[in-house]
Design a protein around this ligand. Structure first.
Ligand code: ADP
Length: 263
């Protein structure tokens, strides 16, 4: 479990980015949402030690982040940044994924085994010799996830994993996220994409101006007046509510609910 206890973060220049935020993350898909500038990235960077609290503390599986290095923490909490193509620098996919495990000083066999496992987890088997730059948007995002997975972290932070992807690519990334959840990872999705929250999240934490203003189920979250937080309800939900159908998570569910009513 990751516990964030009364976290404050004040940047130099005195910008208060987080105010007394507390939350926990377990084996679940937690969506961390809020408009631009609300403090999502600042919070996420505390979870693997990239930032240290101004006040308060973070405990990751019993380890206080104040007492651990980023290298140690990144073996427990993997961070997949937005715009992953900026991360790639190797000539092929195999070397890209092998980079992290190599730095851990693992044997050649173990590195190979981790790379194959990570590529399989993100459905990129057979891509070993491809240049990272030749991949599609969704494949690049999945490769970035594989690079982090190869460190075998228990928790994953995914920053806007589907932003800028076409529908098909976004679907391939969502499929991978569902799979990782089934395999027992705790996942924090940082996003302002409300469709993604509706489809994938099990719990939602809403930040607004550095303050946690909501922490609860997806059902409860979508009952909030999201306009107050500069967020929009997903189209699917607006349509289903106008027809008197409750919360639906996908178009399939929506169609099934409609058919139920007709029957
Ligand atoms: P989000 O990820 O929700 O868009 P951020 O965590 O990036 O929000 O930013 C929260 C607030 O902190 C914003 O007002 C932002 O301008 C400010 N901020 C972020 N990084 C820095 C920094 N390095 N120095 C000063 N202020 C920063």
């Amino acid at each position: 479990m990751i516990e964030v206890r009364n976290l404050w973060h004040i940047y130099e220049g005195r910008k208060i980015a987080l105010r007394d935020v507390s939350l926990t993350i377990e084996n679940e898909i937690l969506a961390l949402v809020g408009p631009n500038g609300s403090g999502k990235t600042t919070l996420a960077k505390h979870l693997n030690g990239l930032l240290k609290p101004t006040k308060g503390e973070i405990i990751v599986d019993g380890i206080n982040t104040k007492e651990a290095s980023v290298a140690e923490l990144s073996r427990i909490v993997g961070y997949v940044f937005q715009n992953p193509e900026h991360m790639f620098f190797e000539e092929n996919v195999f070397k890209e994924v092998a980079f992290g495990p190599k730095n851990l000083g693992l044997s050649k066999e173990e590195i190979e085994e981790r790379v194959r496992w990570a590529l399989k987890s993100v459905n990129l088997e057979g891509y070993e010799d491809r240049s990272p730059y030749s991949l599609s948007g969704g494949e690049k995002q999945r490769l970035a996830i594989a690079c982090v997975l190869a460190m075998k972290p228990k928790y994953l932070i995914l920053d806007e994993p589907t932003t800028g992807l076409d529908e098909k690519s976004a679907e391939s990334v969502k499929e991978v996220i569902r799979k990782l959840r089934r395999e027992g990872h705790g996942i924090m999705l940082i996003t302002h994409d409300m469709e993604l929250v509706l489809e994938l999240a099990e719990r939602v934490v809403l930040l607004y101006d550095g303050t946690k203003v909501f922490d609860g189920s997806v059902d409860e979250f979508f009952r909030l007046n999201l306009r107050n937080y500069d967020l929009e309800k997903p189209e699917l939900l607006r349509i289903s509510e106008s027809l008197g159908i409750g919360l639906v998570r996908s178009v399939d569910e929506f169609v099934n609910s409609l058919l139920e009513r007709v029957r």
